[in-house]
Design a protein around this ligand. Structure first.
Ligand code: DOR
Ligand code: ZN
Length: 405
């Protein structure tokens, strides 16, 4: 039996928790608060094909260090995860790697939609957490440009009860901007090329399709105030739509470009302080349902290439609970809301079973984020140098406790 004594619940009660275990172990958790372990519904763990950036051994270590025990992995691999066969192969690789590291991280996979494999949707419907649709190209070569194919995907998803998760940036509009800004070498042009109107145009198409076909629509990584407003009114109209934002779109904005350069380049891009604010309002009023880190590791050698060549994406899984706990301490968010965003809403939207995985946090622990301490294989964080108060100290996954350093 694993006993956690004197732990505080998020409602402020002091209690003892027990977990089934063959080993006898007692932890005195005085001063610690227990949260349900987090689900990160948006990670890129890079298997297969990008193992020099991340694999499931390093990914699992990073997840558990961040208080995360369940992840939903994205399909933009090499080759992309677009068929039942590839989903099955990928699952096997993941299970082997998790076995090797002895960390049974809970994982669900997305199917990647492409123009030629729409028929796979029916075959994989029991095997995947949803269908990922890139309405604008990002890392990898997945892309749905034809409206007709997108609508067919939504129709099939509605029929089989599968979530359609959209990367909402409109490819045609972005292409025009890329031509107009073809010579730029400064990352601060990134939000002008992948401009907010590109996000809005794609979201508009996605909402229209969800209205037409009735599929569950999950809007990935919302970055702008307008997207929040659009989803707020769509929800009022009764559209079956849910919205995710990321830690970097909440805690960072364009003003970080001079300090971080292409390390702060991701898709969709960082926006303005007013957008940060609107995302917090969207969280408070329930328009935004979830936080996904969009953990997208790339090596520093890759990230520090010139703008235009550097890949888009930042790691995030290790630090987002600490960012949220620090925000809670400052009165920006409540503990209950953190649980909604990182766990309960995700279980409800994606209809996955619950479990007793937990994370014990020390709300008073102050720690500085440093690149050299990161467990992700890419070995850096966009929050390097930031000091936060409130950190996970133990993660319990499948009744086994992991002490975090
Ligand atoms: O910044 C991003 N990085 N956005 C994406 O859509 C993909 C991701 C990646 O896989 O690197
Ligand atoms: Zn992503």
């Amino acid at each position: 039996m694993l006993r956690i004594e004197n732990v505080q619940t998020i409602d402020g009660e002091i209690t003892t928790l027990t977990f089934e275990s063959k080993e006898e172990q007692t932890i005195n958790a005085t001063g610690l608060t227990v949260f349900p372990a987090l689900i990160d519904p948006h990670v890129h763990f890079r298997v297969p094909g990008g193992e020099h950036k991340e694999d499931w051994e390093t990914g699992a270590r990073a997840a558990i260090a961040g208080g995360v025990t369940t992840v939903f992995d994205m399909p933009n691999n090499t080759p992309p995860c677009t068929t039942l066969e590839r989903v099955t192969e990928k699952k096997k690789l993941i299970e082997e790697q998790l076995e090797r590291v002895g960390m049974p991280l809970r994982q669900y996979l997305y199917l990647g939609a492409d123009e030629t494999t729409v028929d796979e949707i029916e075959k994989v419907r029991e095997q995947v957490i949803g269908i990922k649709v890139f309405l604008g190209a990002s890392t990898g070569n997945l892309l749905i440009e034809k409206q007709e194919t997108f609508e067919r995907i939504c129709e099939l998803a509605a029929r089989f009860g599968i979530v359609v998760a959209v990367h909402a940036e409109d490819e045609a509009l972005m292409k025009k901007n890329k031509e107009a800004y073809s010579n730029v070498t400064d990352v601060s042009f990134h939000p002008k090329i992948r401009a907010r109107n590109c996000a809005l145009a794609a979201l508009d198409r996605a909402l229209a399709a969800a209205k037409k076909y009735g599929n569950r629509l999950y809007v990935l990584h919302a970055s702008t105030m307008e997207e929040v407003a659009m989803v707020r009114s769509a929800k009022k109209e009764g559209v079956n739509v849910y919205m995710e934002t990321t830690p970097h779109h909440l805690f960072l904005n364009e003003s970080i470009y001079p300090a971080l350069g292409t390390r702060a380049q991701m898709n969709p891009p960082l926006r303005t302080a007013a957008d940060n604010e609107a995302l917090w309002v969207g969280i408070a009023d329930g328009t935004i349902d979830t936080i996904g880190t969009d953990h997208a590791p790339h090596t520093l050698a890759e990230k520090d290439l010139p703008y235009g060549t550097a890949p888009s994406g930042v790691p995030g899984i290790e630090n987002y609970l600490a960012l949220l706990l620090d925000a809670a301490r400052k009165g920006v968010i409540t503990y209950d809301k953190i649980v909604d965003l990182t766990r309960s809403n995700i279980e409800r939207i994606f209809e996955i079973p619950s479990n007793n995985d937990s994370v014990l946090v020390d709300p008073a622990l102050r720690k500085k984020i440093a690149n050299e301490d990161q467990l992700t294989k890419c070995g850096w964080s966009p929050y390097d140098g930031m000091t936060l108060t409130g950190w996970p100290v133990y993660t319990i996954l499948g009744n086994k406790v992991y002490k975090l350093s």
